[in-house]
Design a protein around this ligand. Structure first.
Ligand code: SDX
Length: 425
């Protein structure tokens, strides 16, 4: 591959270096392009733009490959645990036994929230969307943990990373309990990360909580599948917020706000509600016609990067069958989802546009079977993605070449004109 790119604009020739990655597409380094051409590159939606250099996650959209620090997602889902994947994303390698034990202890002993923080939830209406609560609660964390927001101190950066990973399940479970009108449940240090979260969500004072190892394993796998995903919209939001020197709690709150969008993390709620609206298999052809007529999109389908199966969707479908099997649930929506997938994957409209199921297509059926209402689905996505956001933030912040993100624009508005008094307009 060439080591430089040449662009001729009129009578001017501009040479730009080509930078090579360890795998995947090379990049044309345009950092000096404006200085040399007095022009900007133009790429709304960043379909052809690499915003940063990263060593964390690699996606090959055509081959349907997802690697975290080089490890394939299907191996991590089968052989690892969410907390071990957290260590991998944060530190770059799988931990040795003593390293993991120390990491797990640090996370476990940061799961509690300041007692005053619980009163924060009472400011919301009971019917508030749990994502509204998450956005507000995480944004407020710096008001309670101001001793770890000095981003220039590596130790404070590490503590805030641990606090975020540890406290998100407690905050998410409180958002769920508040929404349900049930009392909050405190974390227990003897439980594993996912078991602790499920107990905080589903334990009630009226009876002892009996963990279900199949559901605990399914929850852990779902967290692994959502942990990180290269420079997606919410991760790019976190990086841009962090580039100004904003502390991690503020950056994660910005990421949560972005994730909520229906085209991004909000799609898991939208996908289940779409399946509920279709209702039965015989209604699928009519629904597909509506998609082709561009009345609405097929939620849980399509992806900016994957133009093949999202490897996470395959693992999610397997987990979905395991959970429904364990609970003895015959959810008609699973049949609708599988028939919809089969029809869509054989229809030229979807084939031409390379639209495949993404991670959100089967997650909703699984989470509903586990007892979560659809409004909690994106909260669970945010809980899992927090480690990806904080790992990407850490990588951005520790880059010696870090600069504040400040894109330019193609201006097509009015050119300069003089003010006109109101009685002359
Ligand atoms: C996530 O980036 C990430 O990695 C995100 C994520 C992560 O882990 O962080 O993977 C999580 O957000 C998964 C995606 C969840 N969103 C949805 O399921 C919502 C439905 N999907 C679409 O909104 C869409 O597919 C996007 C937003 C995901 C991707 O959109 P793109 O890359 O901008 O593609 P596009 O809109 O340019 O679509 C190309 C064509 C268009 O048709 P034409 O105008 O060329 O005729 O495909 C069509 C689109 O209309 N299309 C769809 C479709 N998605 C794209 N048509 C019907 N149903 C869909 N779902």
């Amino acid at each position: 591959m060439a080591d430089k790119a040449t662009l001729t604009i009129g009578d001017k020739t501009i040479e730009m270096p080509v930078l090579k990655g360890s795998t995947g597409p090379d990049v044309v380094d345009v950092r000096k392009f404006y200085a040399e051409s007095d022009m900007f590159t133009f790429d709304p939606g960043f379909t052809s733009t690499a915003s940063c250099e990263s060593k964390i996650t690699y996606i090959d959209g055509d081959a349907g490959i997802l690697l975290h620090r080089g490890y394939p997602i299907d191996q991590l889902v089968e052989k690892s645990s969410f907390l071990e994947v957290c260590y991998l994303l944060l530190h770059g390698d799988l931990p040795k036994a003593d390293e993991f034990e120390k990491f797990e202890h640090n996370i476990t002993y940061h799961t509690m929230l300041h007692a005053q923080f619980d009163r924060f939830f009472e400011g919301f209406r009971r019917d508030a969307h749990p994502m509204a609560i998450m956005t507000g609660a995480v944004g407020a964390l710096s008001a309670f943990y101001a001793d770890s927001i000095n981003v220039d101190d590596p130790r404070e950066r590490e503590i805030s990373a641990h606090r975020m990973i540890a406290k998100m399940p407690t905050i998410a479970a409180r958002a769920f309990k508040y929404h349900m009108g049930q009392p909050f449940v405190s974390p227990r240090n003897e439980l594993s990360y996912s078991e602790n979260f499920l107990r905080m969500c589903f334990a009630v004072p009226a009876e002892d909580y009996v963990p279900n190892p199949v559901l605990t394993r399914a929850m852990d796998r779902i967290f692994i599948l959502h942990a990180d995903h290269e420079q997606n919209a919410s991760t790019s939001t976190v990086r841009l917020a962090g580039s100004s020197g904003a502390h991690p709690f503020a950056c994660i709150a910005a990421g949560i706000a972005c994730l909520w969008g229906p085209s991004h993390g909000g799609a898991n709620q939208e996908a289940l509600e779409m399946l509920e609206e279709i209702g039965t298999v015989d209604k699928i052809p009519e629904f597909i016609e509506g998609v082709k007529a561009r009345k609405y999109k097929l939620m849980g389908f399509g992806h900016r990067v994957y133009k093949n199966f999202d490897p996470r969707a395959t693992a999610m479908q397997k987990t979905c069958h395991e959970v429904l099997g364990e609970l003895g649930i015959k959810d008609p929506l699973l049949e609708v989802a599988m028939e919809l997938e089969k029809i869509a994957l054989s229809d030229p409209y979807f084939i031409e546009r390379k639209l495949y199921p993404n991670i959100d297509f089967y997650s909703g059926i699984t989470l509903r079977a586990m007892g979560f209402p659809s409004k909690m689905f994106t909260v669970l996505f945010a809980l899992a993605r927090t480690v990806g956001w904080i790992s990407q933030w850490k990588e951005m912040f520790e880059d010696p070449g870090r600069k504040i993100g400040r894109p330019r624009q193609l201006y097509t508005g009015p050119t300069e004109r003089d003010y006109v008094a109101i009685d002359k307009r």
